[in-house]
Design a binder for this molecule. Sequence first.
Ligand code: PEP
Ligand code: MG
Length: 530
Amino acid sequence: MYLGTAASPGIAIGPAVLVQSTELTIIRKNSDNSNIEIESLHRAIAASRTDLERIRDKAHQAMGAEKAAIFEAHLMMLEDPVMIDEVKELITVRKASAEAAYDEISQRYVKTFEAMTNAYMKERAADVRDVSVRVLRKLLGVETVDLTSLEADCVLVGHDFTPSDTATMNRARVLGILTDIGGRTSHTAIMARTLGIPAVVGAKVMSHTIRNGDLVIIDGDSGEIHINPEAGLIARYSTQKQQHAALKDALNQLRGKPSVTRDGRQVELAGNIGSPKDIEVLKKGDAEGVGLFRTEFIYMNRETLPSEEEQFECYREVLSSVSSKPVIIRTLDIGGDKSLPYLDMPKEMNPFLGYRAIRICLDQVDLFKTQLRAMLRASVYGNLNIMFPMISSLEELLAAKRILAETASELRTKGVKIAQKIPVGIMIEIPSAAMMADVLAKNCDFFSIGTNDLIQYTCAVDRMNEKIHDLYNSYHPGVLRLVNKVIQDAHSAGIWAGMCGEVAGELPLVPVLLGMGLDEFSMSPNSILK
Ligand code: PEP
Ligand code: MG
């Protein structure tokens, strides 16, 4: 038995599919038979073409022509006759093996693109690298796993999955997720909980221990992992799995009931979502609103920024599909473990303390205003609340509100209809904001406490680092004191305080938070009924 961090509840039993993220090892060997090497090269290109065409068609179906265009570009790079001729020349003249030749030439192209000054062209280096890894995998016989089209039910095992992997994978086929790194509040774990997929993260060397096709059991409640277990253990876990399903049924009986304590205090139980696709799970979870819409997922898995129109459609869809329930849309919170390759964000020493979220929006005002315009235009379709992430000072809040007011007035001048009242709130996830909560509360309409970040900043513990996972402690008195202060400061100023960090769904802390007077609990939709 191995142990990782329990990240999303439930039991998964099934064959492992290893998603390799390890570097490919290319040995610069020579070959006496150039014809065989050239044949292998053509076979690898043809197989890559088949894969790319399939992925392109799927992307087209699921996400539209614009998203599919990137794979069209990959196909063109794959077939580039000049590059193929250069590879063949190395094979025939230098007697290089197909993989050694392809690797050398593609790396040369990557370097050429990287050296360009035009930001757009520079970014193409990543595409060339992508295409070349695809071809090299075929040449080396290392299969690429296409997460969007998994053919059979499986447990995904990998060193790590990016939030965009989790967003695009074929949800119906994934029984469970197991990773070497990450903690309970890494975005991969949060996404797994939203989707109701059992997950164990931070399991250290699992991706090197498990082989493709091994039967694995992961227990998302205890963090236990079993590889090729005996029949008795499989039977025990199968029973446990059935108990889980029975508990789910029992919880479903609570749907539609009011969220009131025995002593008559009413709170709001809301859900966190990352895309309009999550509305379905939100409804199944009986959410009384959206406490956090992480809009950054709209910006991921694409080549360019989403247009105002695309964002408008997305916000409108969410607002109108939950009728008049409150929806808190958070402005872009990119950075940390969520990156956008096309934004040209330089690698940072401390990404969680770096150029992220509201800091980017106050710096790149056009990008911020585009998002705000989309939200304001959508406001007439429901009950919109706007929330700014990563506020660390009053100045930032006032600056963000100024830009919002300016955007609203520009729209009104053009005759665009906007809801009369749009409450504006902030995430309290930085200790300096918690300490200044009394002042901030006089300048906004609500608070939502982001414990995922608040814990990491208060305790100086990276939320992604499994080595120090024990220090990432939701029960730390220092954290609880800050949470309490924020709630009391909100109430003194006459505004409400909610929580959208994962602590809001942590059962043992619920009585504590109720005692402190928390007004709204927002969590992964799958945790609400519990
Ligand atoms: C938080 O920090 O608690 C939060 C809800 O935001 P995110 O997890 O997206 O950083
Ligand atoms: Mg946060």
